[in-house]
Design a protein around this ligand. Structure first.
Ligand SMILES: CC(C)(COP(=O)(O)OP(=O)(O)OC[C@H]1O[C@@H](n2cnc3c(N)ncnc32)[C@H](O)[C@@H]1OP(=O)(O)O)[C@@H](O)C(=O)NCCC(=O)NCCS
Length: 167
């Protein structure tokens, strides 16, 4: 674990990230999602975990809007998060999420939304209660939100980047 580095995705990481996503998930939906988000310019933050020259984890946040009345409030969507199968349960996923959150806060983001396992994402402060009033095609117990500050809306329609339409 000593050699683990969390850093922004760089030019040249793209194929290694693609391979990591294919290894971590069943099927290629997440790998294709990441490609689409990059192609469409919807990536807000992409961090990788690297150890001894090899990528072992990746997290991506894309632009999401909360549409309410005539306003479009910019937020971020966490997806996907992946750690290579041989490197899981060593805290790499947690480091990726926590360091990404710090960067997002520094950059002025105030709301993040995730669709995932509440037991896992709850440790970072995501709560379904904070997302339960959003209108979304993905509305369910797994839809969770994390607010930094009070200005972010807690109602409105979640509009994901177009890349999610391919899922
Ligand atoms: C989910 C994932 C990113 C976690 O990464 P990780 O580096 O293994 O996670 P951490 O080491 O930070 O945390 C490990 C803890 O998370 C828990 N955990 C891991 N995956 C979990 C899941 N799907 N649901 C609930 N808990 C989970 C483990 O129980 C473990 O806790 P424990 O060791 O105390 O039992 C990784 O397992 C992964 O890539 N899975 C396949 C892809 C995926 O499902 N991604 C998430 C959906 S976008």
């Amino acid at each position: 674990m000593n050699q683990l580095e969390i850093r922004s995705e760089e030019a040249g990481d793209r194929e290694a990230i693609h391979a990591l996503l294919l290894a971590a998930f069943d099927g290629d939906a997440e790998a294709q999602l990441v490609r689409a988000l990059h192609t469409d310019g919807d990536v807000v933050l992409s961090f990788v975990a690297e150890r001894e020259g090899a990528l072992c984890g990746h997290v991506l946040f894309s632009r999401l809007h909360v549409v309410k009345d005539e306003t479009r409030f910019p937020a971020v969507a966490l997806a996907p998060l992946a750690v290579s199968p041989t490197d899981q349960r060593q805290g790499i996923g947690a480091r990726l999420v926590e360091e990404a959150h710090q960067r997002l806060i520094t950059n002025g983001e105030t709301l993040s939304v995730v669709l995932g396992e509440p037991v896992y994402y709850g440790r970072f402060g995501y709560r379904h209660e904070d997302a339960a009033a959003f209108e979304s095609d993905y509305q369910c117990e797994a839809l969770q939100a994390l607010r930094w500050g009070y200005e972010a809306p807690d109602t409105g329609r979640l509009v994901y980047a177009p890349g999610f339409g391919g899922l």
